[in-house]
Design a protein around this ligand. Structure first.
Ligand SMILES: Cc1cc2nc3c(=O)[nH]c(=O)nc-3n(C[C@H](O)[C@H](O)[C@H](O)COP(=O)(O)OP(=O)(O)OC[C@H]3O[C@@H](n4cnc5c(N)ncnc54)[C@H](O)[C@@H]3O)c2cc1C
Length: 449
């Protein structure tokens, strides 16, 4: 049995790694010369810039993988300040309570909203089809929590709109707590076996360390191989690459798409047109990632934290801003500070589409106002634009998930963030589970063997 994996982002790399450990033969095709997909760290003018993920939750799966790759010495936890997150309210930053329970004791919310949050434990569970995150929180906790906690968190994490994302898709843990304990609060109080919080980490030389280290272990990785066509012959898959014909005659028993929905759709056009159509509907809003560096003495804010989330109610320009130099050492020079701002996502698509110079100016202007910056311009600024950023777990993704499940009987599998969950650790966990599933499909060795 041989498996073709298309896409060398973290999903495809992790899958190849786990298959290799299990002794399952595979070929992994990646279009770029470099692996990692969304994970990309670059160095420019002495600054370490993350163009995709900036920090990862250190889940047990990630910890084990890091150990196996011998990367422990490279791991850097977020600085202590990284535990504090801020939210923009009335033009200034307020510290967000660190845990759901501290929302009750803290004065972030009025006593009326806190009382309503507390009463969540008495709200009966309900199963509502296609319930959005907004509807779920409104039903269980009241509308007081929406504007300054739920809205900014969802745009910060998913680049999403809580009024559109489905709660059982985007935050399955919340539905699980409701179903299992009758209430999210009760569930959180009891949550045996449900680990809900992990520390955040990065790597001394940036996130790219992780995909590069996995790639270094793989024996059947083919970078610079863009797959252009997939055909199916008598139940076997044949993969044709753009520039080389070297794999045209190899037949694969199983095919794994470790691709974003749109390129996956293009490849399935002829073989599985229904799935291709469903994938076309998965929405990826545009996003720009802007790094801005200032001299420390030009910034009056303490920057004692992870960063800040911007609620829609404040009509912000950026969705959120990470205080990168407060989180991790080595991002800029010691006398400087670095901000990483995310512009766009589902609630602010037009902001991401602003012309480049204007966009960078708008980011600088907003930073100037919110952090008390006296410099007329940053000492360094860099913009990275993504036409398609993060898949939205909304109504339109349902079809793609449903069909993906059905196609497994044809030997077609998915390892990608539009199915696994968007965080890097979710992609890794899903890839490991899929490797185990694929391994079970191997024919049992014959007696002669
Ligand atoms: C701006 C941003 C910030 C983020 N921040 C965080 C964060 O802080 N923490 C976190 O955990 N997650 C974060 N995420 C999410 C996370 O980075 C992604 O969900 C994850 O990296 C997706 O990995 P993937 O392998 O599923 O897909 P991708 O990374 O999209 O990889 C797909 C790969 O397929 C390749 N490919 C495409 N077409 C072909 C083809 N025809 N043939 C061969 N190869 C092809 C591509 O080149 C690419 O390498 C962020 C995402 C974005 C966009």
């Amino acid at each position: 049995m041989r498996v073709a994996i298309i896409g060398g982002g973290i999903s495809g790399l992790a899958l190849a790694y786990y298959l290799q450990k299990l002794g399952v033969p595979y070929d992994l095709f990646e279009a770029d010369e470099q692996v990692g997909g969304n994970i990309r760290s670059i160095e420019k003018e002495g600054y370490l810039l993350e163009l995709g993920p900036n920090s990862l939750q250190y889940t047990p799966e990630l910890e084990t993988l890091v150990r196996e790759l011998k990367l422990e010495q490279e791991v850097i936890p977020t600085a202590h300040a990284g535990h504090h997150r801020y939210v923009l309210r009335n033009g200034t930053y307020e510290k967000l309570p660190a845990t759901p329970f501290s929302l009750l004791s803290n004065t972030f919310f009025s006593w009326k909203t806190r009382l309503r949050i507390f009463k969540e434990k008495d709200v009966p569970p309900a199963d509502i089809d296609y319930e959005t995150i907004t509807q779920f929180f409104e039903r269980r906790f009241g509308s007081g929590v929406l504007d300054y906690v739920i809205n900014p968190l969802i745009s910060g994490v998913y680049g999403g709109d809580p009024g559109k994302l489905l709660v059982h898709k985007a935050f399955p843990i919340l539905k699980e707590l409701e179903n299992r304990y009758g209430s999210v609060l009760k569930g959180l109080m009891k949550h045996e076996g449900m680990h809900l919080h992990y520390d955040n980490i990065s790597f001394a030389n940036g996130m790219q360390t992780l995909p590069d280290a996995i790639a270094g272990k793989l024996i059947s990785l083919h970078t610079g191989h863009r797959v252009e066509m997939i055909t199916r012959n008598q139940g076997k898959y044949i993969v044709s690459c753009a520039t080389t014909g070297d794999y045209d005659n190899v037949e694969y028993n199983l095919l794994v798409l470790a691709l974003p929905a749109l390129p996956a759709s293009e490849l399935l056009h002829f073989t599985f047109p229904g799935m291709a159509a469903a994938l076309q509907n998965v929405h990826y809003p545009p996003m720009a990632v802007v790094h801005s560096v200032y001299n420390r003495h030009d910034v009056s804010h303490e920057l004692n934290g992870f960063g800040a989330l911007h609620p829609k109610a404040e009509s912000p320009f950026a969705v959120s801003t990470l205080w990168s130099s407060s989180l991790f050492d080595g991002r800029c020079r010691p006398h400087e500070v670095m901000f990483t701002s995310f512009v766009g996502g589902a609630q602010y698509e037009d902001h991401a589409l602003t012309n480049k110079d204007q966009l960078m100016e708008c980011v600088h202007h907003e930073l100037t106002e919110t952090y008390g910056i006296t410099a007329g311009k940053p000492v360094f600024q860099h913009l990275h634009f993504m036409e398609h950023s993060i898949p939205q777990y909304d109504l339109y993704i349902e079809d793609a998930h449903h069909m993906a499940e059905k196609l497994e009987q044809d030997g077609l599998f998915i390892a990608a963030n539009w199915q696994a969950g968007v965080s890097v650790p979710s992609c890794i966990r899903h890839a490991k589970e899929l490797a185990d599933k694929i391994n079970l499909k191997r024919p049992a060795p014959s007696i002669a063997e």
